[in-house]
Design a binder for this molecule. Structure first.
Ligand code: HEC
Ligand code: HEC
Ligand code: HEC
Length: 461
């Protein structure tokens, strides 16, 4: 009897608990509206919305390669499965044409769609929640005045239980803090503007901060670097691997132009970020740079000295007579490949981004692993569309695994004062056999604003 009673009490608790959870998780639908006329939106508001959309990289995820701008359907790989971006054009059937402004603002602030379903945080609303109502109105005006595209994304590929959207309410209870942004009255206006943009629309931490097992950013490892879609995202805090320490000026230039003379070009999934930031007012980029350089902190004397030594070594090589120069690493295979295939562009005689960076200055060579060098060496840097840009040939099919490993070991030894990498062979093998799928981006944006189309290429050059 007693056991039965306990069981009954337990069952009641369970039902009650489930009921409370459902009540907690439930969100009401917001009524559909007739798509607002495009002419009903103020032109200045639309223009501001365009800048905000560029800061938020809406095009990067919502435009699939070769498809209509903002038509969705790009598969975002997560450790839990593939989540497809949605159509955010004003198409009334397949896009957000029937969403009211209130429904749009709620999706950005709370991560809930018009019908009340919880959205996956692959849509970075954990950052967008900070966006002000005013900025959300401009974004809405911008999106509602795009060309409608009729396009439905594929079904998400998520195994049970990750396919249950209701459970996202639990994730939100654990990790999601609703905005909007609150400025810090002690800091300057520029710093606060930078904090607002960096944490909010720009969502830099979505790539630069490592995530826990449930996919939430680890707040105590802020900007500590991570790996996203098989590109290594460097730390942009005190542990930055850049030989020459970053500062607000070099960050402003890099974020706006996609390269810097002491740091090289932005590649991989960072390339569309800098291409977008090249199209917005400079003051906003500078505010981001001021905030991020504050997170990086003032470099120590030792760090400054390291940067000076790297610059001196690079300068010496770029001024040395043009003779093939053997080094002392004893890695003859790596050396022969580097001197014949790479040195000609990377000795630093021609300025970046059209000439290669002298690799004494490269974050890639000083990073915790060789993944980004593996990616650029195998797949190259594909030229931008319709503008001059940095390019680098692809060596896929030219170098075999052993040769690439020797080349990487040689570069690490010659150009960095860091210990040898230990996982290079595994990374080379997994990248060459396709187990690590690497999205490749064109080098748009160093000389003009990027289009709304995708910079992602589906094939290798
Ligand atoms: C990192 C990738 C990424 C970025 C950047 C991104 N989105 Fe999304 N977005 C997604 C994904 C994935 C979904 C679908 C989520 C789901 O199905 O739960 C989505 C869903 C949405 C939705 C819900 C639409 C619907 O039909 O349910 C809206 C609205 C939206 N995004 C707007 C934006 C805006 C505006 C921006 C730029 C400020 C933006 N997104 C940037 C990935 C992204
Ligand atoms: C979609 C993922 C993604 C987002 C979002 C992103 N980054 Fe990056 N970032 C990367 C990757 C990948 C790299 C490495 C690129 C390379 O090898 O050139 C990188 C590199 C950088 C570098 C160069 C570091 C170095 O030492 O060379 C800086 C600085 C940087 N990011 C700042 C930012 C800032 C500021 C933001 C927000 C405005 C941001 N990133 C948003 C992926 C991202
Ligand atoms: C035709 C000229 C050319 C050749 C040949 C070339 N590169 Fe590059 N490479 C570039 C350009 C241009 C860039 C973009 C500017 C930059 O960041 O260095 C680049 C970028 C890089 C970067 C990123 C540097 C950074 O941190 O920003 C690495 C690493 C690299 N190349 C390695 C190699 C290796 C290894 C080889 C030989 C197998 C090679 N490159 C051959 C032109 C070349």
């Amino acid at each position: 009897m007693r056991v039965l009673k306990i069981l009954a009490a337990f069952a009641i608790l369970l039902v009650l608990g489930a009921g409370i959870f459902v009540a907690y998780a439930w969100r009401s639908a917001i009524d559909p509206v007739d798509p607002p006329a495009q002419t009903s939106f103020d032109r200045a508001l639309v223009a501001r919305g365009a800048d905000l959309a560029a800061i938020g990289n809406c095009n990067v995820c919502h435009t699939a390669p070769g498809r209509e701008p903002f038509g969705g359907g790009l598969g975002i790989q997560t450790p839990f499965g593939t989540i497809y971006s949605t159509n955010i054009t004003p198409d009334p059937e397949t896009g957000i044409g029937r969403w009211s402004e209130a429904a749009f603002i709620r999706s950005m602030r709370e991560g809930v769609d018009r019908e009340g379903r919880h959205l996956y945080p692959a849509f970075p609303y954990d950052h967008y929640t900070l966006v002000s109502d005013e900025d959300n109105r401009a974004l809405y005006a911008f999106l509602m005045t795009r060309t409608a595209a009729s396009s439905t994304p594929p079904e998400n590929e998520l195994p049970f239980p990750f396919n249950l959207r209701m459970l996202l309410a639990g994730w939100k209870a654990l990790y999601f803090r609703e905005g909007p942004f609150q400025p810090d009255p002690i800091r300057s206006e520029e710093w606060n503007r930078g904090n607002y943009l960096t944490e909010g629309l720009s969502h830099c931490g979505a790539c630069h901060t490592p995530r826990n097992r449930l996919g939430a950013e680890k707040k105590d490892e802020y900007f500590a670097g991570a790996e996203v879609e098989n590109w290594t995202v460097y730390p942009i805090n005190g542990n930055s691997p850049a030989p020459v320490p970053w500062n607000a000026d070099s960050l402003t230039f890099y974020l706006r132009h996609g390269w810097h003379e002491h740091h090289g070009a932005s590649r991989g999934s960072m390339a569309p970020v800098t291409a977008n930031l090249g199209s917005i007012p400079e003051a906003d980029v500078k505010a981001i740079a001021v905030y991020v350089s504050d997170v990086m902190g003032r470099p120590s004397q030792e760090r400054i000295a390291r940067g000076e030594a790297a610059s001196a070594a690079a300068r010496k090589e770029s001024e040395a007579p043009l003779t093939v120069r053997a080094t002392s690493t004893g890695n003859r295979v790596g050396e022969a490949i580097f001197l014949s295939a790479c040195q000609g562009c990377h000795d630093g005689r021609r300025p970046v981004p059209f000439g290669g960076l002298n690799l004494h200055l490269s974050s890639a060579v000083n990073a915790s692993n060789a993944q980004n060098i593996i990616n650029v060496t195998l797949f190259g840097l594909p030229a931008a569309r319709g503008e001059p840009s940095a390019i680098m040939p692809a060596y896929r099919g030219v170098l075999n695994q052993d040769q690439l490993v020797s080349l990487l070991d040689y570069m690490r030894e010659r150009f960095s004062d860091q210990p040898a990498w230990t996982d290079t062979r595994e990374r080379v093998a997994a990248t060459m056999n396709g187990e690590r799928e690497v999205p490749i981006y064109r080098m748009d944006g160093t000389t003009q604003a990027p289009p709304e189309t995708s910079m992602r290429t589906t094939s290798w050059p």
